[in-house]
Ligand binder design. Structure first.
Ligand SMILES: [Ca+2]
Ligand SMILES: [Ca+2]
Length: 138
């Protein structure tokens, strides 16, 4: 029972956090445009193929996660990989925001990670390439 209550609390907290981040950005999150406060995950190396833009940390790229209802984690723009899950299929990242984007192998910011510096782009290392589990600003 205690665990169940904790879980509900976490879910509700997450919903509010997502809403709080999305509103000031005028719903620019996941709109297929890489805005000045965002980074983008690309399906292929060298910023190739379809991408998914985000300004909020993502504890789990998995498409069937509960909050995918409001924020589908699939590559959005036209190009190779469009419509596929971002989880375990990203090969490069462009960071437009002036802050380091840290991408982790595991969900919930676990395991090995790659840092992409602000206002830069990179191909992921072989460990993270097509094996991305979560991401947050660092
Ligand atoms: Ca955007
Ligand atoms: Ca890929």
């Amino acid at each position: 029972m205690k665990f169940r209550k904790m879980f509900v609390g976490l879910v509700l907290g997450g919903v509010m956090a997502v809403g709080g981040v999305a509103l000031p950005a005028m719903a620019a999150n996941h709109d297929g445009r890489v805005d000045s406060d965002e980074c983008a995950f690309f399906y292929l190396q060298n910023l190739g193929g379809s991408f998914w833009d985000t300004n909020s940390a993502t504890a789990n790229f998995w498409t069937f996660d509960w909050y995918q209802i409001t924020a589908p984690h699939t590559f959005i723009t036209p190009g190779r990989g469009q419509g596929r899950q971002v989880k375990d299929q990203a090969e490069s990242i462009w960071v437009r925001k002036n802050q380091t984007a840290r991408t982790y192998f595991g969900r919930n910011y676990g395991g090995k990670f790659d840092d992409a510096w602000g206002r830069n782009w990179r191909n992921f290392s072989p460990t993270i390439r097509n094996d991305n589990g979560s991401f947050r600003w660092n």
